[in-house]
Write a protein that binds this ligand. Sequence first.
Ligand code: RIB
Ligand code: CA
Length: 297
Amino acid sequence: MKCIIDTDPGADDVLALIMALNAAQMDILALTTVEGNATLAHTTANALRLLEYMGRTDIPVYAGSSEPLVGEFHHAYEVHGDEGLTVRLPDTDMPPANGDAVDFIIETALETPGEVTLFALGPLTNVARALMKEERLKDALRRVYIMGGTGDSGGNVTPYAEFNIYDDPHAANAVFGSGAPVTLLGLNISHQTSIARDDEVWFTGDAPGERLAARIVENWFELGQAEQRFSMHDPVTIMAALRPDLIRTRAATLSVETEGERVGEITADYDSGGSVDVAVGVESEEALSFMRGLLRG
Ligand code: RIB
Ligand code: CA
């Protein structure tokens, strides 16, 4: 599976990236970075350092958007640490690849139509800009797996909105309305695939990715004292792509509120079908054990 992963690493982004790197079926063509959890400089540095740590500097990192389609990004340093990651990874001298994330996504998908799967783990700014710049992209992508939205859960930024959608609601509207084949996994799914701070089984094992994931999650709990569970927000997109049998989806047409008190709220119309497959259920235990196995490699 040829893949491009658009990401704002970010603690849970890094767990998703470790799982993707360990998945034999996934041929990661590049990471593209977007501002969100942290500034573009931090998310790009975190992506480069992770690839160095995992011995995968063969994978290029293309930096993307440092501002949403409208307005400014809100960050989440209070959750992800002062450089956007709860672990200080060793520096790398690997620079970002030359070229912009948006152009890389377009060119790569059009080179092999129908073959590239795109994962969107942060605000949808890069994905929206690519779809708006190249009309053929929506048909060239095999599928777009997105972590975003609340589903029937409450929001994590406001009661109505989840962070990735809240941070660029205009981009979310553009992506959901583009006709690209989207699978959307929201908080309704990731809250069912979370781990408790005393779930020892997640913090044993000595594979490199497993050890790093354990340190990231342990520090995440340290930082957010009140938190009792770590939700596998971004990792569920990797799980859904590799084990579609573990999720249940419904086709929908989505619209996103772009202003006012409910900015970022998604309204789903399930009656008229549509190009977005919204995840409405997950086999939680099997999904968690599958993701734990992927961390182990
Ligand atoms: O709401 C969770 C999402 O926002 C995750 O992608 C997390 O990394 C943050 O970007
Ligand atoms: Ca993310």
